[in-house]
Write a protein that binds this ligand. Structure first.
Ligand code: HEC
Length: 162
């Protein structure tokens, strides 16, 4: 009798496992499942924006150039993964070109020239570019304002190591 109950419950267990296994078939893994959201790309963009500043203030021009390159790559990803976006009235490419292209090029020149005064000026232009795009987005400019970072949250990185 015990043996019978045991057999029955094992069967029940196996059955339940099989049924639930079939019912919750995992969704196939596609490139789409790895697509970063624009919010994720922007969070990285904000990190790069801050790191560029601290690298510049430390006159670590190689690091500033590297982080600026990463910033550009982030905008390339934004264009690739989100050619259009629910919060933006214009195509991503067009907005990046209008708000980021010129400030990024000018900042790159200041970094190449290793000129801190020019760097600070162009950094503010870059920040104005970030806010220009946010102002055009439909969530409004006063909820998402980018500024010069006023303290360095990356205490595990030595920005002046060069
Ligand atoms: C092409 C337009 C555009 C440009 C240029 C742009 N942003 Fe954004 N940003 C957006 C949009 C749209 C969102 C909202 C994304 C979403 O739906 O989550 C956003 C969101 C953000 C967020 C909030 C992310 C979060 O989840 O907390 C930050 C921070 C941010 N941007 C920083 C920046 C910085 C820094 C720059 C400039 C270096 C910049 N952005 C340039 C369009 C832009």
């Amino acid at each position: 009798m015990t043996k019978f109950i045991f057999k029955k419950s094992v069967l029940l267990l196996v059955g339940t496992f099989l049924i639930s296994g079939c019912a919750s078939e995992p969704a196939p893994v596609t490139v789409e499942s790895f697509k970063p959201g624009l919010g994720e790309i922007m969070s990285l963009t904000a990190m790069r924006h801050a790191k560029i500043w601290f690298a510049g203030q430390a006159e670590n021009w190689a690091l500033a150039a590297y982080e600026l390159d990463e910033l550009k790559e982030g905008f390339e990803d934004a264009e690739l993964f989100h050619p259009t976006h629910k919060h933006l009235k214009l195509p991503m490419k067009q907005l990046i070109l209008a708000t980021m292209q010129q400030p990024m090029n000018a900042l790159e020149k200041a970094v190449e020239a290793k000129n801190l005064i020019e760097f600070n000026k162009q950094y503010d232009q870059l920040t104005t570019g970030c806010n220009a795009c946010h102002q055009m987005a439909d969530f409004g400019f006063n909820v998402n304002v980018v500024i010069r970072p006023n303290f360095n949250p990356f205490s595990n990185q030595n920005f002046s190591a060069h």
